[in-house]
Design a protein around this ligand. Structure first.
Ligand SMILES: Nc1nc2c(ncn2[C@@H]2O[C@H](COP(=O)(O)OP(=O)(O)OP(=O)(O)O)[C@@H](O)[C@H]2O)c(=O)[nH]1
Length: 314
């Protein structure tokens, strides 16, 4: 599934971040705890240099607590990275972020000093909600639709911290098709850009492997389906998604599955593990290398053709 969704303000954001990054003391990266790999912004890795990063595993109330723990340990193995998990109730967490910022940039703590923290995150991870909680007032617009945050702003927090907000960003091209499905399933991609049936099929296959009992219980299935489409069939009938000719309305059942996954009514589900990240990164690197080799071969062929033409002209 190719993702055709890249608002122009995201390009602008990249340039803005590049420009202000050198002044920053700490980067706060907001992730969706259900997809910690796919909701990572590649710009953080590309532009951070050796700046400390706090990874916020947001929406942890919707995610699998055991996997959230594993992800945090995994992230913290990287130099200068700390991870915190936040759910809906963020008010109690403000002190934890402030204290961590200060711990990571102690040279910016004290009278007349200002610690600059940049907050980054792909659309709809809950960045604005977190900013409002940190600020203790409404400074950022929140909403359930991705790409609500559009302009950059600075927010003065207590304790001498200046928070730099950046517009929501998704990367220019999602090279990993599986990430595309998971971003769509959890709601990071606009609904108009997704094919419900494809996303539901991917989701059902993943859930059958990782959380079969939750699926069985939620959809009151007597037995475990053997594949994604058997699941859509069985669950569709249980839910009364049937149209003319006693056919299952697969589109309707697909919508139900995705909406129930997003609302966590199936259970606390995480769609990625650190192992998946490792293997998919390898796959992406391989695909990239293959594409580059193909491009080099094409250019080589062109060069040879030009050389032959020159020779023939002589
Ligand atoms: N369950 C749950 N929902 C959350 C949490 N944090 C935010 N949300 C919801 O997620 C949705 C998106 O939140 P926003 O704060 O608008 O997200 P954003 O990252 O600023 O989005 P953009 O403006 O598109 O960049 C809203 O419906 C929030 O209520 C959380 O910790 N748990």
């Amino acid at each position: 599934m190719a993702i055709q969704w890249f608002p122009g303000h995201m390009n602008k954001a990249r340039n803005e971040i590049k420009e202000i990054m050198p002044q920053m003391d700490v980067i706060i990266e907001v992730l969706d705890a259900r997809i910690p790999y796919s909701s990572e912004n590649p710009m953080v890795g590309q532009l951070r240099g050796d700046k400390p990063v706090i990874k916020i595993m947001n929406k942890a109330d919707l995610a699998d607590p055991e996997l959230t723990k594993q992800w945090m340990e995994y992230f913290e193995r990287e130099n200068g990275v700390k991870a915190l998990a936040f759910g809906h109730d963020k008010a109690n967490e403000v002190q934890r972020i402030n204290a961590l910022c200060k711990k990571l940039a102690p040279h910016k703590v004290g009278q007349d000093k200002q610690l600059k923290a940049m907050i980054m995150g792909i659309p709809n991870v809950g960045k604005s909600t977190l900013i409002n909680t940190l600020a203790g007032r409404i400074v950022a617009k929140t909403g359930n639709e991705p790409a609500v945050t559009k302009a950059q702003q600075r927010i003065k927090l207590e304790d001498g911290i200046m928070l730099y907000d950046t517009p929501g960003m998704l990367w220019p091209k999602v090279e990993n098709e599986n990430s595309g499905y998971r971003l769509a399933a959890t709601g990071a991609i606009r609904d108009t850009a997704i094919n419900y049936e494809e996303v539901a099929s991917y989701t059902a296959e993943y859930l059958l492997g990782a959380y079969p009992e939750l699926l069985k219980a939620r959809y009151k299935l007597d037995e475990l389906p053997d594949c994604d489409w058997t699941f859509i069939e069985m669950a569709g009938r249980k839910r009364g998604c049937v149209k003319g000719g006693n056919q299952v309305d697969t589109h309707k059942m697909s919508e139900i599955l995705i909406n129930e996954l997003r609302d966590a009514v199936i259970g606390q589900i995480t769609m990625e593990t650190p192992e998946m990240r490792e293997s998919e990164e390898e796959m992406v690197a391989e695909l990239r290398a293959q594409a580059e080799a193909k491009k080099a071969a094409r250019e080589d062929e062109k060069r040879q053709r030009r050389a032959r033409a020159r020779k023939n002209r002589r």
